[in-house]
Design a protein around this ligand. Structure first.
Ligand code: SAM
Length: 345
């Protein structure tokens, strides 16, 4: 069979268009659920191309809705597509699509935030972490309110090699609000550099693929949308527990416009704050006057490594929460003005 003949074998038979399905099943987008549909199959094809070659691949699509992206994934030759959709109104349309692609589309009515993806595919597709990624992809155009908590959860799963990453270095192609896509991929020194940049980039190669203008969606969202591709790294750039990294990074970025030692200080209780901050900056060999946005991943690695050593010597540091101390001071009327300002952030 010629190459084009092989590709044709994957293509779906003639079906009602996604727009017709929406009308047929009266699938009005629910504003409450931030549903914005992509009906232009050239665009959904373009998103799917960012995932790489899907011929014979296993794919999990999150939030298929009326199924535009789903059709593109099937047309790209995925052999086994599992879709997880929360809104029951979309299930009949997805089942129709499943009948048109026998044995290739499994429809799950569920919530991706709680769905056990580690049970969704056969263990036989797994690849050792330090080898090439498995032939498994996650693709999705989710509401922004879901995609951000979800990527944070999946980054933790990457660090622990659990959930979808129990199969190996599963690749992700996901949409985000444009600003979030920019933060995820922001390099050192850029205005968008943030906590999310560090957390994503110490664990993955992250690529901001392209921007979809809001007007391409039905109904049109307030913002534009960025498509981001993630490939988990074999060796995370910071080799410490995810929660510990998150703690240091969160504290440092609390004062994103100030010198970075300001945020570092807040890792330590008042009685040892100055001494341990100085020690941490010196041992990590990081200039305390750098802004958080100017810190590279190696800077962060050095800081987290020294913080981990300090915590190993003094485990009580791990339970110290500056915000909690502040709240107590505030409640007892002992908080000074700058502290009150901090609490309002
Ligand atoms: N993928 C479709 C498209 O591109 O046209 C729909 C996109 S719409 C922005 C998001 C979809 O995700 C909706 O179908 C919505 O019901 C679904 N969804 C929202 N939250 C979800 C969750 N927690 N788990 C699974 N699906 C969810």
């Amino acid at each position: 069979m010629s190459a084009s003949g092989k590709l044709a074998a994957f293509r779906l038979p003639p079906l009602p268009t996604v727009g017709e399905l929406i009308k047929l099943y009266r699938l009005r987008a629910e504003k409450q659920l931030s549903q914005n549909f992509l009906l232009d199959l050239r665009l959904t094809d373009k998103i799917v191309r960012q995932a790489g070659c899907l011929r014979g691949a296993h794919v999990c699509e999150v939030g298929p809705g009326p199924g535009g992206l789903t059709r593109s994934i099937l047309n790209a030759g995925a052999a086994d597509l599992l879709v997880v959709e929360k809104d029951s109104r979309f299930i009949p349309g997805l089942k129709l699509l499943s009948e048109a692609a026998p044995g290739r589309l499994r429809v799950v009515h569920g919530d991706i935030l709680t769905y056990r993806m580690d049970r969704g595919f056969s263990a036989s597709i797994s690849k050792p972490w330090d080898e090439d990624p498995p032939n498994l992809h996650i693709i999705g155009n989710l509401p922004f309110s879901v995609s951000t908590p979800l990527i944070i959860k999946w980054l933790e799963n990457i660090a622990n090699q659990t959930g979808p990453f129990a199969y190996g270095r599963t690749r992700l192609t996901l949409t985000f609000q444009k600003e979030v896509a920019e933060r995820l991929t922001a390099s050192t020194g850029s205005r968008q550099r943030s906590r999310l940049s560090i957390m994503a980039q110490y664990l993955c190669t992250v690529h901001n693929c392209f921007t979809i203008p809001g007007r391409a969606f039905v109904p049109k969202p307030e913002v534009d949308v960025g498509v981001v591709h993630f490939t988990p790294l074999v060796q995370p750039q910071i080799q410490q527990p995810f929660k510990l990294v998150e703690r240091v990074v969160r504290n440092i970025f609390q004062f994103r416009r100030k010198h970075c030692h300001k945020g570092v200080e807040k890792l330590f209780p008042a009685e040892c704050r100055m001494e341990l901050t100085q020690q941490m900056m010196q041992k990590a060999d990081v200039d305390p006057t750098l802004r958080p946005t100017e810190l590279t991943i190696p800077h962060m690695r050095a800081l987290v490594d020294v913080y981990a050593d300090l915590c190993a010597q003094q485990p009580s540091l791990l339970s110290y929460e500056f915000r909690e101390e502040l709240r107590i001071k505030h409640l007892t009327g002992k908080g000074d003005t700058p502290m009150r300002e901090f609490l309002d952030r």
